[in-house]
Design a protein around this ligand. Structure first.
Ligand SMILES: Nc1ncnc2c1ncn2[C@@H]1O[C@H](COP(=O)(O)OP(=O)(O)OP(=O)(O)O)[C@@H](O)[C@H]1O
Ligand SMILES: [Mg+2]
Length: 153
């Protein structure tokens, strides 16, 4: 399930559409290189679920930032600096994955702690256009059906 997008606005729009259908227990794993747009996606998603002017600091050093939404708590993780997968437990991943909605940058750092039914979004650069991106969606869970319902794939 792949889509090509032209610019940052389109990345933000995809994030907003996903935020509109997000439910407690959802985990969205954002894969991709440095500077590809994981934080841009996360900021748009968080603002869509909170308020348009919500301050969204980078969790680079804290590793997690937590937001209140109407439905549940929204967790924004950046695992780049996680030393070992089990250190994720101290960040509250069990609570987050159970009852919250989770966005995870650098999800591979969690190893086997990444839930089997998460939505994987792999974002990649387009060498021919600095504002274009390639989005690839994959999941073992029911995500692909859900994405079809909102015409995302
Ligand atoms: N289509 C696009 N989608 C997202 N960001 C884009 C796009 N085109 C250009 N950009 C730019 O790419 C950069 C993405 O930065 P961002 O911090 O979101 O990356 P990141 O994947 O979170 O990196 P890191 O791994 O360092 O956390 C921003 O400067 C943004 O303006
Ligand atoms: Mg980032």
């Amino acid at each position: 399930m792949k889509i090509e997008i032209k610019n940052q606005n389109e990345t933000e729009e995809i994030a907003q559409r996903l935020a509109a259908i997000a439910q407690p227990g959802d985990v969205i794993a954002l894969h991709g290189d440095l500077g590809v747009g994981k934080s841009v996606f996360s900021r748009a998603f968080i603002r869509a679920m909170t308020t348009p002017d919500e301050e969204v600091p980078s969790p680079t050093f804290t590793l997690v930032q937590i937001y209140e939404t109407e439905a549940c708590e929204l967790y924004h993780f950046d695992m780049y600096r996680l030393d070992a997968p089990e250190d994720g437990l101290e960040l509250g991943i069990e609570e987050a994955f159970g009852d919250g909605i989770s966005l995870i940058e650098w999800p591979s750092k969690l190893g086997a702690y990444l839930p089997w039914d998460c939505l994987n979004i792999k974002i990649s650069h387009n060498p021919a256009d600095q504002n274009a991106r390639h989005f690839e969606f994959s999941s073992q869970g029911r995500w692909i059906e859900r994405l079809k319902e909102i015409a995302l794939v």
